[in-house]
Design a protein around this ligand. Sequence first.
Ligand code: NAD
Length: 350
Amino acid sequence: MFDTHADFADHALVTARQEKASGLKAIIAVHNENRGPAIGGCRILPYPTLDDALRDVLRLSRGMTYKNAIADIPYGGGKAIIIADPRREKTETLLEAMGDFVESLGGRYITSFDSGTTLEDVQVIARRTRHAAGFLPEAGNASGSTALGVYHCMRSAAGKIWGSASLAGRRIAVQGVGNVGERLARILAHEGADLVLADTDAKRAEALAADIGAQVVGDEAILRETCDILAPCALGGVLSSATIPDLKAKAIVGGANNQLARPEDDARLARRGILYCPDYLANAGGIINLHYQRSRWDPDAVERHVASLGETFREVIARSESEGRPTGEIADRIAEERFARRTKALEGAL
Ligand code: NAD
């Protein structure tokens, strides 16, 4: 197992629980705690094997360490998975059992929602643990903060490429108009961008397009659309050796997780002269929102903090140019610099 899962070596804690009574089969992974307790969502998926589940939770918890560090919030990275079919097997008993599991770690891991879990599910989990976040009523849907972060990173890309951060008149292609994509499209329409949308749910894309004045193309065509900025807001792995040669965008800035199919696609984009905003930087607005839900809710502070993602992207671009390395690699390095050592200001609190 230690040979097949290279990520194991870096993790602070990986723990599993199986219970007959509730049917719970779950793994919690805490990757790094140097900046604070680990935070990350709980995913429910019917993984075909335990090996697949373990690989996913290790990869995702590591990703959260990078995201929380780049977002500059006082948390480490963690993630939980429940092996179950969310449509058939998600019961209150199962979620409460997950709450007991989270509570048993005494706050080293804070959970929230992810694929297969909703805000309401997290509230059920929270009946049994104090370490669950994301359902403060006044905070609304954290996807709004995610979309806002993508928008600020787009402005930084525009500033770099065209000398003005304004997105008015820029042709922007949005792949996926769900929680994040729809909110992003509305912000961009308000700024006067020329929008083209796609969603596998064509009716959804058409309804939004009619409302905000956008064009709709098929979900296959959107990646090849001639545009200034492409915003992947649907699924992962869309930037690959198969798709990158046909991209016509000058910049990629979107909300989807794991946009690069393989790490080397970062350099592949750079070689094509396409400015790539690392996905976990562009979409960190949601986790910033959760941080303020847990500490002290202050909408203005959330907005300021989310806007700072655009500044971080400018720093990434500047270092990428001066060091001649792709943007994804530079973002990783900045995050690693931030989580490499236990943060002094946090030491007392831990
Ligand atoms: P969502 O399910 O609400 O929306 C995704 C949309 O994409 C849906 O409308 C779906 O029909 C569409 N879609 C799926 N496959 C598609 C394809 N091939 N082409 C075009 N459209 C397609 O999800 P969401 O919450 O908006 O999240 C979108 C992405 O952003 C995910 O990768 C998610 O992990 C990531 N993300 C979301 C948040 C957040 O705050 N919601 C935060 C960080 C990252």
